[in-house]
Design a protein around this ligand. Structure first.
Ligand code: F6P
Length: 366
């Protein structure tokens, strides 16, 4: 039976850094739309398209065959915050201005009854503010970092963990053949979920995450202890945001066009150099970078994204605005967007994955 609703037209956009599963969400929203009596407008390049008025209609045929495709058919941007808009001046300087009125103008001009925004922490902050301006917002939690509160998981994280685990599997064989230490730098700005879960799945010997500042001595000690046990190689999985007890996060650059201007990267190289200097063991470094964000979603992420998409349009149909779909246990629930951004979801020391990792002998450099 057709599900009708007074909500007739919804917009959808993908904000922030891309990740596997975005297309599966777009499909999960668009395919059932007809049943809900709705048309779907795909807004291009995240909030940039909302401010600049760039969008295209999405019909069933447009989302056919995209379930397993990485990236986003709509394009994304992490520089299009309407409240923090980088405007290029005549003298080539950039001024940060508020363009939220243009966003509202386009929302009204497109006759949208609701807007589904798929994104992470930054996107949800923007959603909350657009909601306060009168837009009917529904959020879908995305980020490989998994640092969004009020949902057990964000989609994209499982796919990133899969990439890290596979890389560690491959590095295991070469590290053991050459009796080397290999340091793998993974994404994760302020939250260490990717390093923790990827490292656990890939059998890393040392996991370094932002939440647990590490001691250099403990890192060297673990590598040398393994040698005494006959293990002449070690794998270190380090978050880009990790730091030693006496050190700082390694910052690669800064981009004022972004809400969080800090660009991280380089800790892998620092850790590798220090290990080599202090243990005299040959050490190599692999930086996984955007490989973790690209490519096809895992089956888990395809299912989660499809469910998030379907329940997001269902939420819009029921006029539950200002809310975000969320995974709680095995069920899709919905939560207030402000609860999702109340604080960042960081790894806690009593997390069972941390406990189990320590139990099987993985060191966190403590
Ligand atoms: O927030 C997701 C994330 O993948 C972070 O882990 C990483 O620091 C950042 O995006 C990289 O962003 P960019 O694509 O702009 O380099």
């Amino acid at each position: 039976m057709a599900k009708t609703s007074k909500i007739k037209r919804i917009g959808i956009l993908t904000g922030g850094g891309d990740c596997p599963g975005l297309n599966a969400v777009i499909r999960g929203v668009t395919k059932p739309a007809q049943d809900f009596g709705m048309s779907v407008l795909g807004i291009l390049d995240g909030f940039e398209g909302l401010v600049e008025g760039r969008a295209k209609e999405l019909a069933n045929a447009d989302v056919s065959g995209i379930l397993a495709r990485g990236g986003t058919i709509l394009g994304s941007s992490n520089k299009g915050d309407p409240f923090h808009w980088p405007e290029l001046k005549d003298d080539n300087t950039i001024e940060i201005v508020d363009r939220s009125n243009s966003a509202l103008k386009n929302y009204l001009a497109w006759n949208l009854d609701a807007l589904i925004a798929i994104g992470g922490d930054g996107t949800m902050h923007i959603c909350k503010k657009l909601g306060e301006m009168g837009m009917n917002m529904v959020g879908v939690p995305k980020t490989i970092d998994n640092d969004l509160e009020a949902t057990d998981l964000t989609f994209g994280h499982d796919s990133a963990v899969y990439v890290v685990a596979e890389a560690l599997d491959r590095l295991h064989t070469t590290a053991s053949s050459h009796h080397r230490v290999i340091v793998v730098e993974v994404m994760g700005r302020y939250a260490g979920w990717i390093a923790l879960n990827g490292g656990l799945a890939g059998g890393a010997d040392i996991i370094l995450i932002p939440e647990i500042p590490f001691s250099w001595e403990k890192v060297y000690e673990k590598i040398l202890k393994r040698e005494l046990m006959g293990k002449k190689f070690s794998l270190v999985c380090v978050s880009e945001g990790a730091r030693s007890i006496d050190g700082q996060m390694i910052v690669k650059g800064s981009d004022i066009k972004r809400h969080d201007p800090t660009q991280l990267g380089g800790i892998g190289e620092v850790v590798a150099r220090r290990i080599e200097e202090n243990t005299q063991r040959e050490t190599r470094v692999t930086v996984l970078g955007h490989v973790q964000r690209g490519g096809s979603p895992t089956p888990f992420d395809r299912i989660l994204s499809t469910k998030f998409g379907y329940f997001a349009i269902d939420l819009a149909a029921r006029k539950k605005f200002g809310r975000m779909v969320a995974l709680k246990g095995n069920e899709i629930k919905n939560v207030l967007i402000e609860d999702a951004i109340s604080h960042q979801k960081l790894v806690k020391l009593d997390n069972q994955n941390v406990i189990a990792a320590k139990g099987v002998g993985i060191s966190f450099g403590e």
